[in-house]
Design a protein around this ligand. Structure first.
Ligand SMILES: [Zn+2]
Ligand SMILES: [Zn+2]
Length: 136
């Protein structure tokens, strides 16, 4: 079961909700058939590795990430693939606008880091909290 988090701007009160973590649909057999990822090259790369090696284990979850230029929070599928307990793949998304690697926000309710901005007013005064909503 995944968790819901809300990110609220203390300046303009804009609020966004995101589902993060792992759920029923964040496993490779589901991801492989999920048409939403059809165009996503990071996900396609992971599927290819996973399909070509039956010993690969996948750990997938939805996480938040941020481009250091846009400073807008994005919601992306984070995939790690392990072979013999060694990490062989980790998804890293590129911001299409700025051609930058986006950085993952590991534990948003603890800290969003200094890089995030409100999409409405540009304030850095953002608060992230667990909104109690579950998803799968
Ligand atoms: Zn960007
Ligand atoms: Zn704002």
């Amino acid at each position: 079961m995944g968790d819901g988090v809300s990110i609220r701007c203390s300046n303009c009160q804009n609020q966004e909700d995101f589902g993060i973590g792992s759920g029923m649909t964040t496993y490779m057999p589901f991801i492989k058939h999920d048409s939403r990822f059809g165009e996503n090259s990071e996900v396609r790369k992971a599927i290819e590795i996973w399909q070509n090696n039956e010993n690969v284990r996948d750990v997938c979850s939805y996480q938040l990430c941020v481009c250091p230029e846009c400073k807008r929070i994005k919601h992306r599928l984070y995939i790690e693939l392990f072979l013999d307990k060694k990490l062989v793949f980790q998804s890293n998304y590129i911001c299409r606008k700025h051609n930058n690697a986006m950085s993952w926000i590991k534990d948003p309710t603890v800290s969003l880091g200094d890089n995030c901005e409100c999409p409405k007013c540009g304030s850095h005064d953002l608060l992230c909290y667990d909104n109690g909503l579950m998803w799968d």
